[in-house]
Design a protein around this ligand. Sequence first.
Ligand SMILES: [Zn+2]
Length: 716
Amino acid sequence: MSDAKRIKELRDLLTRANRAYYTDADPIMSDREFDALLDELATLEHNHPGLADPNSPTVRVGGQPIAGFETKKHAVPMLSIDNTYNEQEVRDWVNRTKKAMSDDGSALFNAAGSGFVCEPKIDGVAMSIRYESGVFVQALTRGDGTEGDDVSHAVRTIRSLPLKLEPSKGITIPDVLEVRGEVYIPLSEFERINEERETNGDEPFMNPRNACAGTVKQLDPKAAADRKLGFLAHGIGEVSAPDFARSFSEFIEKTTKLGIPTTDQRRLAAGVDEILREIDRVDKLRHGLDYATDGVVIRVDSLAQQDALGVTSKSPRWVIAYKFPAERKTTVLVDVAHQVGKTGKITPRATLEPVLLAGTTVTHATLHNYGMVRQRDLHIGDTVEVEKAGEIIPQVIGVVKEERPKRAKPVLPPDTCPDCDAPLEIEPHEAIEDPTKETTRRCVNPECPAQIREKLVWFVGRRQMDIDSLGEQTIDQIRASDIPLNHFADIYRLHEHREALLELERMGEKKIENMLSSIEASKSRGLARLLGAMGIRHVGTSTAKALAKVFPDYDALLSAKPYELMPMAVNRMSGKKRMELFGLDDKLENEYETGLGEDTAEVFYAYLHSKPARETFEQFRDLGLDLSSQEYVEAGQTQDSPFAGKTIVLTGTLEHFTRPELSEKLEAMGAKVSGSVSKKTDLVIAGESAGSKLTKAQSLGVEVWNEQQLLSALAD
Ligand SMILES: [Zn+2]
């Protein structure tokens, strides 16, 4: 098969697999197979730049960063929807709409006998997605409704969204089909992102919508690919075929068949009673959905009637959004704890009298920072109002001052670290004059036990070093004993304290054995996982990975110049600034996004070269931790191997490997695996029934190995 043909075959197959997984929830291959085929496709595409396709399934893992956003005009204005919080207003709207339609002489009913469609209002980022001849060409944000930002690079990474529409029986795909909908962050993913941000020392996102907006506005699509965005269609933009759909529900039904994700919570309603029942139904079930919802959108189903109703200056008359009032309850502030996080940041956390709020019993709420505490003049014993931000995180939003008990004491920030008594740093500077402006209060002691505990807990976490038998409780138990556990390196010395460990409660031989072997196994996680696990300021999981792709090991990272830690940021600087700061005449050739910028790279550089950091890494080395980058090898950099720097072609059927597996293996050893034989080919590996590639290799005099030769070279 020619490479061009194979590329097409792989693209079709992977597109089908995506659809089967995301739309039909009926996978046709394992994740492993999917990844292997995706790798094979990436290799072929790399070797055939002429066959590039912006909608290849490989863009799901993130293409090239863009330089900036281009603003583009919407083909059909993207208006916002009128909101109401009030049942009576919904009734009025229904009556008005019905009256307008009967004045017009037309009946407000679709074929199904219903006039309206209701669906949950998803709290995400509105997006207009344009397909031309069935192919994804563009995604625009709403912007001001007339023009939006082109964020195609980020939206292409959404795996549930087809880049090519799947033809479906009886549906003619219009030349132009614009589908509007909501890009959102699943709630489970939202939690993961916030956890990661906290490690980086970044403020967590307040709600999934902020997180989503921040993600689609990243210039580097890899950032979007890393966060698993979702999309659900709920609107119509430009459609070149006027007869494509006569009603909104028909439009959604057809686009669903073409592979575009839509909600299964859409219901038809004949009149106001059914609409109000639907609002009630969605309100009850919405806390169980994996996306944030804040209301119900109600619209006239018939497109002809929508046209007849028209638009006001800012929003259509044929649609309205009923928004659920953010559920707010009052309860009593019992106490405020001052929690020290792993970056030393101290966060006031309220303990409340238990209260049922938006589906869960709430006993704690965030007070964000001491500036907020001052603004609200919080006292212990106060009756406070609580609400869930974006329906997720409980927060105290106000105080009922009239109900303050006499002699109630104000909530005061700690003067020194509540755990180690070390001095605190307060930010921003003006907060010293005006305490209501305070955003951050941080313990400056790098050896603060509370910080160390949080850091150790993070370090052993599943997505970090994954030491599963050393959990939070065991860490506390060991730290309460005489066994030293104050540094990451101490984890790797626990085996020296086997006897003492045995004396701890609930610590049997078997448990210790498990713990020590999972500690041992964690030594080989490599540099990216280790950096990400250490909770270094500004170095979260994705930055750690990015660095490990570029630097083969810790030593290389240590000898990196400051500008090498942030080449993209350097290349975005003006020439003058680049010269001033780093003495660089030219832009850097090797561009890679690390996620570090001017300020953050400086902090990380200073940390790497500090005495404590150097000691920590030297101890890791002595204790046998792998300080090299598996990611670097995977990124295809050359290594000492018989295959390093060689261009290799695989042909025929191999007994011990699939081709994608072998490609991956050889690339990991520094080879470039190509799809076709030419004079530049260094080596052809020929399996059973190899065909034209083998003949060509022989005619060009290229070295040919059989599988046996390959196996013995790999064994060396
Ligand atoms: Zn402290």
